[in-house]
Design a protein around this ligand. Sequence first.
Ligand code: SAH
Length: 231
Amino acid sequence: MRRFLAYFRAMITHIEDNYRHKGLRKQLVDILRTKGITDEAVLSAINEVPRHVFLDSSFVELAYQDQAFPIGSGQTISQPSTVAFQTQLLGVTKGMKVLEIGTGSGYQACVLAAMGAKVFSIERQRNLFFKTKTILEQLPFRVKTFLGDGYEGLPTYQPFDRVIITAGAPTLPTTLIEQMKPNGVMVIPMDNAEGDGQTMLRVTKMEDGTLKKEEFGDFKFVPMLKEIGND
Ligand code: SAH
């Protein structure tokens, strides 16, 4: 019983969002402005989503620095400026259906949901999937999560207005392109030729089915792997 209460108390502290957290978030938004994030809808979503809730409690103090952090199972929560940059490139508006590959901590998914998107997010790591599901259930953001291989997308829920990949992809996943609407946009970090990171790519599926590709600089992501697993 005592152990249960301690656990319960820890959960409440973890989910708590106080004035200090809110103040730190405002400062983070200011930092993101200086780093070239101009989309007010993105900034307001970052201001709304309590990032500390997605980190293990020992990292609470650091949650609002512009840094990536470990979230268990060898994975990381992306750096806030990377989340903001990818979200800005995606060009999300209210009501859009967005598919995310790599739920991870669930933070990026919540930022999209805070912008009014209908978010469908796939995670391949079983442990992380269940851990994140528990956190998301306690938050007011509507995100549908799926345990699966992101390469396969979600045939039942397609077509999507937007697709965001949050792991480094070796090739352009054609199945996911097929699951996009005409004029749909995918933002994807693609492995570079040197093998030391990724180039951020925005792929637009034109009305005639051809793809327009634009490049937006270098990033570092954990790899996009195949199939469900715990590795
Ligand atoms: N969007 C996340 C960042 C996650 S890091 C966040 O906001 O925290 C990338 C995630 O992609 C990892 O959790 C990894 O397990 C997952 N991943 C890698 N390959 C995948 C695949 N084929 N399908 C689904 N998820 C995948």
